[in-house]
Design a protein around this ligand. Structure first.
Ligand SMILES: N[C@@H]1[C@@H](O)[C@H](O)[C@@H](COP(=O)(O)O)O[C@@H]1O
Length: 250
């Protein structure tokens, strides 16, 4: 596991964008695994700026997203379909047909989960997966206690996650109770993983991830079993991690 330290949110975002840009330049038909949430917005902004300035092209890129709420219309601004179009896809030259996001509106969610897993496999797997981390260590919507063997599945969101995500909704009642998410084993199949964290609210999760043992009570800890993981975190997110630990990892 490698650690790239950043001063603040902006620097974290720029460094993460650079990893993606280099990947896409090296392999134009890259399969990108994308995330939603507040953490990655600055990274998407940096990608858009680079696309406008340097013409980095996403024409041959395929993307798969980590998760989606169950039951939210795609026109709902809080759906991850809406988010991805709004924050990234409508600003770059990625082709609509090359984008897949879990179908949280499917009549049969279990079947849709299986299809999603198959669709990722048919693309040859994810080359570079971007991840945020929840305050309770969740990755995508894999909450504490999720099996490390899990594949794409439907989950009931914990109160802690619904509360953390409430800031995007008008009230807690509007926050969906369920989501569809790539499983932990789906995520671990990615060839390279980039985990981003910014701010004090993530300090404990990052400390537990770096120092804690590998255990299903901490979903992020599964990443320690992966051969190619890079954390990009800012000073606040790293504020609880000991200096020697940071040195060893960077
Ligand atoms: N499902 C998403 C995750 O994919 C995201 O990484 C995490 C952190 O979100 P944020 O970046 O807004 O802190 O929580 C959300 O619930």
């Amino acid at each position: 596991m490698k650690l790239i330290m950043a001063k603040d949110y902006q620097e974290m975002s720029n460094k993460a964008a650079d990893v993606i840009i280099n990947q896409v330049k090296e392999k134009p038909n890259t399969v990108l695994g994308l995330a939603t949430g507040g953490t990655v917005i600055g990274m998407y902004e940096a990608l858009i700026q680079d696309h406008q300035k340097n013409n980095t092209s996403y024409k041959e890129v395929h993307s798969v997203n980590l998760d989606e709420y169950v039951g939210l219309e795609y026109t709902n601004q809080q759906s991850y379909h809406y988010y991805m179009n709004d924050q990234l896809f409508s600003h770059i030259d990625i082709q609509a047909d090359n984008v897949i996001i879990p179908n949280g509106l499917a009549e049969n969610i279990d079947a849709a989960c299986q299809e999603y897993e198959k669709a990722i496999a048919e693309l040859g797997g994810v080359d570079l997966q971007i991840l945020g981390i929840g305050q309770n260590g969740h990755i995508a919507f894999n909450e504490p206690g999720t099996s490390f063997d899990s594949i794409t599945h439907k989950v009931e969101l914990t109160e802690s996650t619904r509360n953390a995500n409430m800031r995007y909704f008008d009230s807690i009642d509007e926050v969906p109770t369920h989501a569809m998410t790539m499983g932990i084993s789906t995520i671990l199949k990615s060839k390279q993983i980039l985990l981003l964290a910014s701010g004090k609210s993530k300090a404990e999760a990052i400390y537990n991830f770096i120092n804690g043992e590998v255990h299903e009570s901490n979903p992020a800890s599964a990443l320690k079993n992966h051969p190619n993981v890079t954390i990009i975190a800012d000073e606040e997110a790293l504020s609880l991690v000991e200096d020697d630990k940071k040195k060893v990892l960077s």
